[in-house]
Design a protein around this ligand. Sequence first.
Ligand SMILES: Cc1cc2nc3c(=O)[nH]c(=O)nc-3n(C[C@H](O)[C@H](O)[C@H](O)COP(=O)(O)OP(=O)(O)OC[C@H]3O[C@@H](n4cnc5c(N)ncnc54)[C@H](O)[C@@H]3O)c2cc1C
Ligand code: SF4
Length: 330
Amino acid sequence: MREFGYQRADDVSGAVALLAADPDARFLGGGTNLVDLMKTGVERPARLVDVRELPLDAVEETSDGGLRIGATVTNSDLAAHPEVRRRYPALTQAVLAGASGQLRNMATVGGNLLQRTRCGYFTDLSKPCNKRVPGSGCSAITGEHHNHAVLGASDHCVAVHPSDMGVALAAFDAVVGFETPDGPGELPLADFYLPVGDTPHRETALPAGALITGVTLPPAPVAARSRYRKVRERASYAFAIGSVAAALDVEDGVVREARLAFGAVASRPWRARAAEAVLTGAPADGDTFAAAADAELAAARPLPDNGYKVTLMRNLAVAVLTELAEETAR
Ligand SMILES: Cc1cc2nc3c(=O)[nH]c(=O)nc-3n(C[C@H](O)[C@H](O)[C@H](O)COP(=O)(O)OP(=O)(O)OC[C@H]3O[C@@H](n4cnc5c(N)ncnc54)[C@H](O)[C@@H]3O)c2cc1C
Ligand code: SF4
């Protein structure tokens, strides 16, 4: 690893000022992704600004009945928080489905949202990768892509976003708060990740040098009846090959409200709005759930080796919705 400077930030404005003063600096959360990328030479920051001691480590009620989660809350603390477990159970399940206990103790909410793709070519400096070196090409399209995107990808990059937490946050309309030298700002998660297009190296709409300060979850009564299910290649810990966050409100056999998001199928957590439109107001039965999944997956453009994901996601979505309907019918 190359030499780099290290500084611990004590307050938010100081952290933002430190990064503004040094364009080669990076914020350090738990370091569970950034330090790995520094070891392989993918990331080469001149200085790390450690944000873990900033006063952003609380989960608090908002005045309208939602929750605000600080950016340095660890994954473990987020998953264990009683109000998260009670009001947004799919978020707890998603976080606990990610990584290992040790990693979750270190990893932070801000770092989780900004973790980089696990595409093997991204970390292999000997191979072309448009995300790592713009304009160099995409090795995955003609190479190993069995775990790559089937939705929203482009000819320039087919990598998936690896976050489990982000999928539940997408289903619940989370809003990301940040701080810049010009003041605070916020971005709905739906606008936070940029479409791939021909600029896969530009992953988010965050202004350069912005510090994520937290994530706000609006009140969503339907979220109390939610679930996250992840399919992975081994039981101990592994990134998803497909996942679903779902919430369902059923009354008299009819879906009153539905939330659905897919993970590991696109460059960002994928809110399944076409499926939600089919679900809302329809009978809560297997035919509706299958039609909803099909409506969402009609846009899928699989590559030769990842077409299985379309079937996997259809089955996963139908299974999770069926379970929720059985549990929540009243
Ligand atoms: C073996 C292994 C298995 C894993 N499995 C999973 C899994 O199954 N599911 C899953 O979702 N994740 C998984 N992860 C990823 C893990 O969740 C991420 O590494 C972690 O969430 C990143 O958080 P961090 O705080 O350590 O980020 P860091 O590594 O510190 O930072 C990541 C990026 O975020 C930036 N950053 C950090 N905090 C802020 C902030 N407040 N504002 C602005 N920028 C910031 C950093 O500059 C860096 O670019 C796994 C990781 C490993 C190593
Ligand atoms: S899929 Fe994206 S990250 Fe992977 S090699 Fe292609 S451009 Fe790079």
